[in-house]
Design a protein around this ligand. Structure first.
Ligand code: ADP
Ligand code: MG
Length: 439
């Protein structure tokens, strides 16, 4: 196979596996620079593409080439010579701005894979308008609604679409928790200057689950000023909450009125047809085909939380696979009433027990005070997984891990985030652990 054909074959295979925005934004405009022995070099258009691909997709990309060439190869990304560097990479601290984007903007959530129905079409249209004219149409866009109705998905969809359109934008996505913790650490460490520079220089600020600002006076004060500054610069803000601003207890009136000053939209629970459409889309994403009747049966078993609906789908498919049964409605019914394990079929106890057996350590040691190296890495990986995969707050993770402080959790989680970028061994470990968790 010549290089050009190999590259095209590679792109074809990679396309469904890599978020569409990353594919279009980074991979499709990269080129195959060279193949030497077992090392493939890919030239990317800029350092941000290089970092995103390395950080999020290196193992997948290496696997695809290994399969295509039928021999083990490694892949290295370089930046094309003479390529224009997007503004953001000129900062002194190379990885700092990059983390603002890709490490945190999960490429899995896009506007393309957001299924639109009567429960969310107004919010979806607003999201599109924001992508068309960020900072101008609706600022802030405030999305609210129950758990698992797609608020975070839509918000990240906006972020990813904007990033694909203009990859020099500085996009910050954070939970309200993260904003709060950053603020508290900044005060403690006398680093308010860099905290303000960070948040106030965003072109796009996405803050998730803002209801947790309730009762946090200092954070609210700081956020109020951040908000005003960003708004005055027409920097787009998107905020989500589980309820409308007026209903958030202990939230300053001036913030309530700021939030209400943009566009507030609620996302409702999806109706039956939308639930079926979402299930169908999730199957397609996983390369599965389920009979319509089976999809309908699953859709009728849960009526509000899409996260749980997805969890149910995964669980049922898994049960059918283990028993080698076809996904017919008859075969499904037996599994429909199984109690659903939390969040995507995962709960923290399961993650902890997988980690313990994987690293061959006891739960007591994992959650205990000892600080040997053999315990610290599994502990940090646990922190990372509970945060990234289960979306637990750092406070909650601290509790689950035997009462650790949330700053310790943040440190552990971030250490793994950085290691994933730089260390192959950690990448490999994480892939294996994740596989164990999902089987
Ligand atoms: P929320 O933030 O409202 O609690 P999420 O955005 O995290 O909910 O959504 C929960 C899960 O449901 C995610 O996996 C998301 O991809 C999926 N989901 C929600 N709404 C949709 C939709 N309209 N189309 C496709 N997937 C959706
Ligand atoms: Mg959410």
């Amino acid at each position: 196979m010549d290089n050009l054909r190999l590259w095209h074959k590679f792109l074809e295979t990679a396309k469904p596996l890599i978020g569409i925005s990353n594919f279009k934004g980074f991979l499709r405009i990269s080129t195959l620079k060279s193949i030497a022995e077992d090392k493939i070099t890919i030239a990317t258009p800029h350092a941000f593409a290089k970092a995103t691909l390395t950080q999020n997709y290196l193992p997948i990309i290496e696997q695809i080439f290994t399969d295509l060439l039928k021999k083990k190869v490694t892949v290295e990304f370089i930046v094309k010579e003479g390529a224009a560097e997007p503004e953001i990479e000129r900062g002194e601290d190379f990885f700092q701005p990059i983390q603002n984007h890709s490490a945190i903007l999960n490429p899995k959530y896009t506007l393309e894979n957001f299924v639109v129905g009567p429960s969310n079409n107004v919010a979806f249209a607003a999201a599109q308008a924001v992508v068309q004219n960020p900072g101008i149409s609706y600022n802030p866009l405030f999305l609210y609604g129950g758990t698992g109705v797609g608020k975070t998905h839509l918000m990240l969809g906006i972020g990813n679409a904007l990033l694909a359109k203009k990859n020099h934008l500085k996009i910050i996505y954070c939970s309200s928790d993260k904003f709060m913790n950053d603020y508290v650490s900044a005060i403690q460490e006398h680093k308010m200057g860099s905290f303000r520079t960070k948040y106030r220089s965003a072109n796009i600020l996405l803050v998730d689950d803002i209801q947790f600002f309730s009762g946090r006076e200092g954070t609210q004060e700081e956020f109020f000023h951040t908000f005003n500054e960003l708004q005055s610069k027409n920097s787009q803000m998107v905020l989500t909450s589980d309820r409308a601003p007026q209903e958030i207890a202990k939230l300053e009136d001036r913030l309530k009125s700021r939030f209400a000053g943009g566009l507030m939209l609620d996302i409702q629970s999806p109706d039956f047809d939308t639930r079926v459409a979402i299930l169908r889309a999730k199957c397609v994403e996983q390369g599965l085909i389920l009979p319509e009747d089976s999809l309908k049966l699953i859709a009728s078993s849960l009526d509000s939380n899409i996260r749980e609906l997805e969890g149910k789908l995964t669980q049922i498919i898994q049960s059918l696979k283990t028993r080698n049964l076809a996904p017919t409605p008859e075969n499904l019914t037996g599994f429909l009433n199984q109690p659903l394990k939390k969040t995507n079929g995962l709960d923290h106890k399961h993650v902890l027990s997988v980690i313990c057996s994987f690293f061959n350590i006891s739960l007591k040691d994992l959650t205990g005070p000892k600080r040997q190296k053999e315990l610290v890495l599994p502990r940090h990986i646990t922190m990372y997984l509970l945060s990234e995969e289960l979306n637990l707050t750092v406070e909650r993770i601290g509790e689950v891990l035997g009462g650790r402080d949330h700053t310790t959790v943040m440190h552990g989680r971030d250490r793994i985030k950085n290691l994933i970028i730089s260390d192959k061994e950690t990448q490999r470990l994480l892939i294996e652990v994740k596989q164990k968790i999902s089987t």
